[in-house]
Design a protein around this ligand. Structure first.
Ligand SMILES: Cc1cc2nc3c(=O)[nH]c(=O)nc-3n(C[C@H](O)[C@H](O)[C@H](O)COP(=O)(O)OP(=O)(O)OC[C@H]3O[C@@H](n4cnc5c(N)ncnc54)[C@H](O)[C@@H]3O)c2cc1C
Length: 487
């Protein structure tokens, strides 16, 4: 390890308050489980208050479709469905339950000025229906700032503005119900319907189910909330320790880069030492080149799904740069900022000192009275070191765990789900009647490509879902709208 990082020996005499052990392969997978028991999706901020609300009598309200969660993916489905119904193309009835009180889109890591990583025109509907009233451009028009947005000459608005756009969409769709936590989903053989325990809303039954409940952070730290270790997804709600001489930021992607910038702003006049490490061989930029952008197109997902599983796996391994890494402009600005800080620091005041290091895996973090004792493995030298930090921020991404493996799934449905990850279109394989379908948003990477975890692919996926449920073409999917053939 770089000698500027002082190596400290472990102090076993300290009482261990919390200890996170990391999987070297994945960089950081601590042994903390979600307190929700569901093991996926963030714990809802209003969960406690909704638990106190009176529970209505169980009524079997039947729907054609129930959506679990109203993040961007299910909001896209709700938008496309609303428009299709208004145009008389379908009569599918639906309800979407969201446990939060409103749309929260990674809100606790919404650092001032954070920008979208995807273009504004890849919104909830436009890739499938550019005439939809739920487009980002129509949102701007409704806010009376369309021309100003044009004059701003950007295709990457702030994330804050996109969250506001999501809220504007949700506010127009009455069947999106907030403040309702879905506790379980099972299949009732006699009724031939899925049964959804929608907490305060009672019990509902539905022909089809669409899970859009997101992914929780790999670190799992969001629920255990130790005093000095925090996942970046909750950083804006975190109280930094009073004594703050040394901070560790773990991870080499966009979230880590934004986190570092935030720390530099927040502690701009403090002599704090910040170590930024990644287990990767370098701090990589996202591949935003034109050919790679096809990963996010509807036709790409369709063609990808027609490949055999070995080929799909290889493509997903090889093409990671299309979805992981810092946006090039952000990486450039951050590099230049660090350069200035190192070589031309402010002359008359204290300032943060940043050390950036690749090839460094965090193996274990242990909270002790003196700070967080962090064991790191330096891949390039095969050395292991222990360093004590006042605070550790984990920017290690979102978990790949499938909602279908979580405890939200009831016993009958669990028994009937096929073990493989195959999809028929986007429908999950299960041992049930073909006119009862299960879909999962944003978790079809293995079958539909890396773009699936980003919301920009949601419109294409939801068009396919609506077409499958209705058994006919409600939305046209242009399967040849692709320059690069995959086979
Ligand atoms: C910082 C950050 C920036 C990103 N930027 C982009 C970007 O610019 N472009 C892009 O395409 N992608 C981006 N992504 C990827 C991101 O995964 C998607 O943007 C998007 O959030 C996926 O949408 P989703 O609806 O599947 O999941 P989520 O956004 O996670 O929404 C899931 C929702 O389900 C709710 N929920 C969970 N469990 C339950 C339950 N049991 N009952 C009721 N409700 C429940 C949750 O409260 C949540 O609101 C970004 C990711 C991060 C972390």
């Amino acid at each position: 390890m770089d000698r500027r990082l002082h190596s400290l020996s472990p102090k076993p005499e300290f009482a261990v308050r919390s200890c996170l052990v990391f999987d070297r392969e994945q960089l950081a997978v601590p042994n903390v489980k979600s307190s929700r028991g569901i093991g996926i999706g963030f714990a809802c901020r209003d969960a406690q208050s909704s638990k106190n609300r009176p529970k209505p009598k169980s009524v079997d309200v039947e729907r054609d479709l129930i959506g679990v969660g109203a993040g961007p993916a299910n909001l896209s489905l709700a938008s496309l469905l609303t428009t299709a119904r208004e145009r008389g193309l379908t009569s599918i009835s639906a309800t979407f339950f969201e446990c939060e009180a409103t749309v929260f889109w990674h809100s606790l890591q919404m650092f001032p000025g954070s920008l979208m990583q995807t273009e504004f025109y890849r919104d909830l509907v436009t890739p499938i229906d550019p005439t939809s009233k739920f487009s980002f451009l129509n949102y701007l028009k409704a806010q009376a700032r369309l021309d100003q947005f044009f004059c701003s000459s950007t295709i990457y608005p702030t994330r804050r503005e996109f969250e506001d756009y999501f809220r504007w969409v949700a506010g127009q769709i009455g069947e999106v119900i907030f403040g309702v936590d879905v506790n379980s989903v099972d299949y009732d053989v006699k009724k031939n319907l899925f049964v959804v325990d929608a907490e305060t809303h009672g019990r509902c039954v539905t022909k089809h189910i669409v899970f859009g409940s997101g992914a929780r952070p790999k670190s799992g730290v969001e629920v255990s909330q130790p005093d000095r270790i925090v996942d970046v997804s909750r950083l804006l709600a975190f109280t930094f320790p009073k004594t703050l001489n040394r901070i560790l930021v773990v991870g080499g992607g966009q979230s880590a880069a934004e986190c570092l910038s935030y720390l530099l702003d927040r502690f701009s006049e403090r002599p704090v030492r910040i170590d930024w490490v990644t287990g990767d061989t370098s701090f990589r930029a996202l591949d935003t080149s034109n050919f790679s952008r096809e990963t996010f197109s509807t036709a790409y997902a369709q063609m990808f799904s027609s490949l055999n599983s070995e080929t799909r796996e290889k493509i997903n391994q090889d093409d990671k740069a299309a979805v992981n890494g810092m946006t090039p402009l952000y990486a450039q600005a951050l590099y230049q900022r660090l350069y200035r800080l190192l070589h031309f620091p402010p002359p008359d005041k204290a300032y943060p000192v940043v050390h950036v290091q690749a090839n460094t895996e965090v193996v274990e973090t242990r909270e002790e009275p003196a700070g967080v004792s962090v064991t790191v493995h330096i891949v390039s030298t095969a050395e292991t070191e222990v360093v004590v930090y006042d605070c550790v921020i984990l920017c290690t991404g979102l978990d790949d765990e499938s909602i279908l493996e979580s405890s939200i799934i009831g016993p009958e449905l669990r028994r009937r789900l096929h073990k493989n990850q195959d999809r028929d279109g986007y429908a999950v394989s299960w041992d049930g009647p073909p006119d009862r379908m299960i879909f999962v948003q944003s978790q079809n990477k293995a079958t539909h490509g890396l773009g699936d975890t980003s919301f920009v692919t949601a419109a294409g996926r939801n068009a396919a879902i609506l077409n499958s449920i209705s058994g006919r073409e409600i939305y046209k999917i242009d399967e040849s709208d692709l320059l690069v053939a995959l086979k």
